[in-house]
Design a protein around this ligand. Structure first.
Ligand SMILES: *Cc1c(COP(=O)(O)O)cnc(C)c1O
Length: 415
């Protein structure tokens, strides 16, 4: 990724020295490369340029308004999973008619609002949801465009927590029952059946499960056509992985090459919902060493924690960690841990690094599911976020204040 480079050993993001940004904005600090985000989005767009298509960025990967805004400006659509994400997209200037709404638990209020603003489609995950959407649409005198999220029962071969396309998962409608559910949908008032979608999991490193899911879905599309149900779009979900370590995930171009033969002579518009593949590699988490503690194991205790970057604690995920400078003194194997009172509060284990007290560290590939999963556990204000554009650095979220920690809370009596 060209957005990150070293000059005389010093890490740069685009035209800015990471150490200077850490000095200016403090740590822990999220840094994103605008060029990297745009390049990743355009790679997807270019891969499907010869077909009618819409890239619906999965907002949950990184929902910062500035990032949504820059994607909206590129022409992106959005895949949302809550009413909160809907409002974020609208606030950032996203167009309602480019929004698909996924998620297993859409509330009445969320469905109502989505119908009022006029989204592209609901990705419906159950029959009960179908009935709820029909009822609300009818009451509002609107028609809801719906797509059924089918569960194609394929093994995405990724971490069990981020695998969603097996029949044991809570997601989607069993593909073997989907024909009957479509037939039911066709009978319900207030609905317009426009599509079919699936999303089989995240951090996929192989194409075959996606190709499998698509070909099972296309067989269903053909059966539906025989029932007189003609679909306008096919949504192949998100899930392409990024190279955290030594994975070699398929590129969008490879994905397009693999699936286009299956889609030949099919008129449907292709939708996709990438999240991680758009923003993952564009982000760094910068953190400073607070203490070095040596003994049976060597620990570098840093000012970032699982509250800033949860993936290592939640999924035992590995992310590359390097010093921001060229390194100081002799390298040793350190466990990089945060200040939170949890044994799981680890950013990386046994990392060979040349550290001094106060060294700055960069955790790479932190643009997706990084800040988005941050919390205030242990009463830690959340980090600042900065978007780097050439030699300009834009603050896109201020570091939280201490007051923000108890915002909305109410004392029982004046203190
Ligand atoms: C999480 C999610 C995505 C995005 O997944 P990535 O692995 O980040 O590309 C897309 N669609 C749905 C329905 C999701 O839940």
């Amino acid at each position: 990724m060209m957005s990150f480079s070293r000059q005389q050993g010093e890490l740069n993001i685009e035209g800015c020295a990471v150490s200077a940004l850490a000095e200016r904005f403090g740590t822990p600090l999220y840094l994103y490369s605008r060029a990297a985000i745009e390049q990743a989005w355009r790679a997807y767009d270019a891969a499907f340029a010869d077909r009618e298509h819409l890239i619906c960025y999965a907002v949950k990967a990184n929902a910062n308004l500035a990032i949504l805004q820059l994607l909206a400006k590129l022409g992106s659509g959005f895949d949302i999973v809550s009413g909160g994400e809907l409002e974020r997209v609208l606030k950032a200037g996203g167009q309602p008619q480019k929004i698909v709404f996924s998620g297993v638990g859409k509330s009445r209020a969320e469905i109502t609002r989505a119908l009022e603003v006029g989204i592209l489609a609901f990705n419906v995950e159950s029959e009960a949801e179908l009935e709820r959407i029909s009822e609300i649409a009818q009451a509002l005198g609107k028609t809801a465009a719906i797509s059924l999220r089918v569960n194609p029962d394929v093994d995405a071969r990724t971490h069990p927590y981020i695998s969603t396309g097996l029949k044991d998962n809570k997601f989607g409608i069993d593909i073997h029952r989907a024909g009957a559910v479509y037939a039911h949908a066709a009978q319900l008032p207030g609905l317009n059946i426009t599509g079919l979608d699936f999303h089989i999991g995240s951090q996929l490193t192989e194409i075959e499960p996606l190709v499998d899911a698509l070909s099972r879905s296309l067989a269903l599309v053909d059966r539906l056509a025989e029932q007189g149900i003609i679909l306008e779009h096919l949504d192949i979900g998100g899930g392409l992985g990024i190279a955290y370590q030594d994975e070699t995930p398929p590129t969008p171009a490879a994905l397009a090459t693999a699936i286009k033969p299956l889609l030949a002579n099919r008129p449907q518009r292709i939708l996709m919902e990438p999240g991680r593949a758009i923003v993952g590699e564009a982000g760094l988490l910068v953190t400073q060493v607070e203490y070095i503690k040596t003994g049976h194991r060597d620990f570098a205790i840093v000012d970032a924690a699982m509250t800033d970057l949860l993936r290592p604690a939640l999924y035992d995920a590995w992310q590359r960690i390097e010093t921001v400078d060229a390194g100081q003194g002799e390298a040793r194997f350190y466990d990089i841990v945060g200040p939170v009172c949890e044994t799981a509060d680890v950013l990386g284990r046994e990392r060979h690094l040349a550290l001094a007290p106060h060294s700055l560290l960069a955790v790479f590939d932190a643009g997706a599911y990084g800040f988005a999963m941050a919390s205030q556990y242990n009463a830690r204000p959340r980090a600042a976020e900065v978007l780097v554009d050439g030699n300009q650095a834009h603050i896109i979220r201020h570091r939280e204040s201490l007051e923000s920690l108890w915002q909305g809370e109410v004392l029982l009596e004046p203190s």
